[in-house]
Design a protein around this ligand. Sequence first.
Ligand SMILES: Cc1cc2nc3c(=O)[nH]c(=O)nc-3n(C[C@H](O)[C@H](O)[C@H](O)COP(=O)(O)OP(=O)(O)OC[C@H]3O[C@@H](n4cnc5c(N)ncnc54)[C@H](O)[C@@H]3O)c2cc1C
Length: 440
Amino acid sequence: MSYTNNLPADFKQRLSCFGNFDVIVVGGGPAGIAAAVTAAESGHSVLLIERLGFCGGAAVAGLSGTICGLYMTVEDPERGRPEQIVFGFAERFRDALYREGGLTEPQIYGKTWVATHDCAKYKKVATNMLRGAGVTVLYHTQMIDVIAEDDELKGMVLHTKSGFTSVYARKVIDCSGDADVVYKLGLKTSKGNNGVIQNPTMMFKIGNVDMPKYLAYWGQNTISPPKVVSMLEARDELLRKKVWLFPTVNPGELLVNATKITGFDGRALDVTDPVDHTEAEQFSIYQAEAFFNFLKANVPGCEDAYFIDYATEVGVRQTRTIDGMAKLMNDDVVGKRKFSDSVVRSSWPIELHYGAKPKTEWLVEDYYEVPFHTLVPKVGKNVIVAGRCLSSEHEALASSRVTAQCFEYGRAAAIAADLSIREEKTFQALEGNQIAHLMK
Ligand SMILES: Cc1cc2nc3c(=O)[nH]c(=O)nc-3n(C[C@H](O)[C@H](O)[C@H](O)COP(=O)(O)OP(=O)(O)OC[C@H]3O[C@@H](n4cnc5c(N)ncnc54)[C@H](O)[C@@H]3O)c2cc1C
């Protein structure tokens, strides 16, 4: 199916204008929250546009559920203590969430740790921060096109219940996850491994779990033990054979990351196509139900569990990535490469969701760094990205896309927007070392 990307120019010119801002942030996921708050706290007028009615992106709407990427990976977490290696906005959000009672203590995930968050508290913390920083927020509003002269971005067209409107900005931070702004501007993007991307997952929560009984069987590690993997391998109706289950802040509640979502015919889906996206949502219903039934029948402590709910929407790990001035390579990740213009560290494994078992390649006792210019498109003026659409090779993205790092990409992009306004420089002309220095 083909779709028309841009609206007619004369239509865009005739639109009434919602306003002019220093910075517009498109998308209110982890990257967008960090970008909007940081830019506003630098003294800029900031508009955040979000198609849903709350912030959090895949972390809340997709119920992805834990903050990954904060801690160092180690050989044996059961003998160690978590060492936090990412701070900045990620730490600020973690701390605020923890104080709200919306975050667990660190939990073992393979060779590292994660902390599971509560979506209601996540929404409140994001709202507090955005309101506190004075960000103008438009929910239930979708960015549907850009207003540009050649490759110079000037503004964008928004679609709301009351109709279309235009809005203008000096700088735009594309935190849509899908690189929607970059794509609409006609700049180069790519998808995964020659178009093959990681599978989506429908997350869900269950309640009334007998937690001591469950933990005695499953163990402290949130990744499925071998005895569960063996059972899953014998079940044709369950497409995923290695799963993660996280106890939440609420008593007797488990967050379940266990489905592999394909088309009904088994094909890999590209959720930027609404036909595939719809099929992902529908196929999810049956995979989640099948896995819930498996838990009840086979996992001690889950016998009397009930199904709380699906995520608001299927969780999307990967769509478009930009063609950036720098690209995070697979070798940079496995080689734990450091950069002088680094904006964040990561010790998170390559967690590649493709095939029956997600591939996890651990980066033990070390980390790699992500260079600033992975956020900057090679061409195109006034736009920078933050979040999971950074310029990255396929496997590298399967590590670099998680929440703690996305918060820091958002902060880096906002610092860059501030500098670019103050020094009247393009994003391409900014010194990555200077951004890295300002992030400290
Ligand atoms: C199933 C699943 C499980 C995961 N588990 C974990 C985990 O346990 N821990 C972890 O740290 N990470 C996890 N992740 C990854 C993490 O959730 C994402 O990497 C992170 O949310 C990406 O943040 P982001 O801000 O780049 O994009 P997103 O979270 O995708 O946010 C993008 C936002 O932009 C909005 N948007 C998009 N297009 C437009 C538009 N045109 N106009 C207006 N708004 C728009 C969307 O509604 C969304 O709110 C998981 C992801 C998935 C899918």
